[in-house]
Design a protein around this ligand. Structure first.
Ligand SMILES: Nc1ccn([C@@H]2O[C@H](COP(=O)(O)OP(=O)(O)O)[C@@H](O)[C@H]2O)c(=O)n1
Ligand SMILES: [Ca+2]
Length: 497
């Protein structure tokens, strides 16, 4: 009995020091694990918002962007959370009734009020950028364009957002911000990867923007935009061709065909059997074509389709000027263009048209694309209408022309070859956000892309917490092991006799 008591008294685990150390150790482990778990628990995410209105020549669209509020600007990913297509035409079409331009935006703005949490309304910046439609109106009638902007500004200021103004983007801005958008969405900038070129086709202008290794900006400086983003320097080539959006080129092509004065034209870019009586005044109602207006013309002309892709290409080629180039190389109209380089993303009308024609797959050889267009254009109008009962006739009539224009612009205009054609991807969205200039515009105006790479800690937070926990556990085990001489099994067992 006394021997047993002696043993109990000598059991080192029962000394107050070991008990205290063990308790502290256990508490420390529990505390560490709790901290590690709590720190990495997903917290409900709060977002900040930004709204951009793209006032294009054919229509206006509203985009809402959101990004995590907690993370600083350098790490938060901006995403499109909502878009709204404004009913009716572009704001430039309201030149004679500017107030209606403002009114047209109301429904989409009300939708934005619903989509952005009320608490965030006041700190949500709201921008409106207008492109080629307003550029043309401004050239034609600057007073009318001012009035449209006044009306649009007054309408937008009635909403609870932080209105940042409405303005016309320059062609360079439109091209460069489109390039920023696609490269930002594809994560090319932060990682300093090879960039994607951007091809944007609108109704009234078209943009091409890309980085080329043998272009330093010295030849034709007006085509050069330099950026420093996340610590990398970019020398971007960009050009915007005003009047070379697909709607203006259609006018140019028609003007070309009606110039010699016949009141009936047989248009190879429209389907056989298509026939419409059109107004000359509507055709020439644009600064892109007004200088080609014949002095005397009848009020109307009859527009008949013929459906011949090859001849249509000849008509389209006639709207490009290839005769002069004062630089080492040009695209068309005497505009400098360096050697094409790298993958390209083609969006906006490039996508809409090629998607309608089932030609977005650029692994289809260019020759096959041309064959498909040849057979599509040659399909009688009646059949086309039967095949697409839900497409508006005015849009449906133009796909043969638009497809032909796209292929001609890419190959004859920009010099894409049968080989480099496959470098192009026709895209609508990247990771859920629309490709277009609006996101790049907002990122720039909110300084959301830093010039220098952010200083990142060598370890991510979770890695840091895990390593500290593991090290602490190891130290604790080491400590316990160092007490080994005091362990009951190691201490001399009392002999019980
Ligand atoms: N679903 C759609 C939407 C637009 N589009 C065309 O895409 C072009 C968009 O041009 P835009 O209004 O942005 O004009 P710009 O100001 O960029 O020149 C227009 O030619 C529209 O007709 C289309 O083909 N299908
Ligand atoms: Ca556009």
């Amino acid at each position: 009995m006394s021997a047993q008591r002696e043993m109990k008294e000598k059991n080192p685990w029962h000394t107050p020091v070991t008990i205290i150390i063990t308790v502290i150790g256990v508490i420390a482990i529990v505390a560490l694990v709790t901290v590690a778990v709590l720190q990495n628990r997903p917290v409900p995410q709060k977002y900040k918002y930004g709204i951009v209105l793209d006032a294009g020549s054919s229509h206006t669209a509203l985009y809402i962007y959101a990004w995590p509020a907690e993370k600083d600007n350098n790490t938060g990913r901006v995403q499109q959370t909502h878009s709204c297509k404004v009913k009716g035409k572009g704001i430039s079409s309201y030149a004679s009734e500017p107030l209606k331009a403002g009114e047209s935006l109301k429904l989409c703005m009300q939708e934005a009020e619903q989509k952005v949490p009320r608490k965030r309304h006041h700190q949500t910046p709201l921008y409106l950028g207008a492109t080629a439609g307003m550029r043309l109106l401004n050239m034609e009638n600057s007073k009318a364009s001012e009035k449209v902007f006044q009306a649009v500004g007054a309408a937008l200021q009635k909403f609870p957002f932080s209105y940042q103004g409405a303005r016309i983007l320059s062609g360079q801005e439109e091209g460069a911000f489109g390039w920023v958008t696609v490269n930002y969405l594809d994560d090319r900038l932060k990682q300093g990867l090879e960039t994607i070129g951007a091809l944007d086709l609108g109704g009234a202008s078209t943009q091409i923007s890309f980085v080329s290794d043998n272009y330093d900006g010295s030849e034709s400086p007006s085509n050069s935009v330099t950026f420093r983003l996340y610590g990398n320097d970019y020398n971007l080539y960009t050009h915007s061709f005003l009047c070379y959006g697909k709607d203006q080129v259609l006018r140019l092509a028609l003007a070309h065909q009606t110039q010699s004065g016949p009141t009936t034209i047989l248009d190879p870019c429209f389907h056989p059997g298509y026939t419409e009586t059109k107004n000359y005044s509507v055709l020439y109602d644009s600064p892109c074509v007004s200088d080609r207006k014949p002095l005397e013309d009848p009020v109307t002309f009859i527009h008949n389709g013929q459906g011949n892709f090859q001849q249509c290409q000849e008509v389209v080629k006639s709207v490009f000027n290839f005769t002069t180039c004062k630089y080492s190389q040009c695209s068309f109209n005497g505009v400098f263009q360096p050697h094409l380089q790298g993958p390209f993303g083609a969006f906006s009308a490039y996508y809409f048209v090629m998607n309608f024609l089932n030609l977005t797959d650029t692994s289809i050889p260019l020759e096959t694309v041309k064959e498909k267009l040849t057979s599509y254009c040659a399909t009688p109008w009646k059949e086309i209408v039967k095949q697409h009962p839900n497409v508006k006739l005015s849009y449906l009539a133009e796909y043969c022309f638009s497809g032909t224009y796209i292929i001609t612009l890419l190959t004859e205009g920009y010099n894409f070859t049968s080989k480099s054609y496959s470098d192009i991807k026709f895209i609508k969205k990247i990771k859920g956000s629309d490709a277009g200039w609006t996101l790049g515009y907002m990122l720039n105006l909110t300084n959301m892309i830093p010039a220098e790479a952010p200083d990142t800690p060598p370890l991510p937070h979770a890695g840091y917490v895990s390593i500290v926990t593991v090290m602490a556990l190891l130290l604790f085990i080491l400590f316990i092991v160092s007490l080994r001489p005091l362990w009951p099994s190691c201490s001399k067992q009392p002999q019980i006799v």
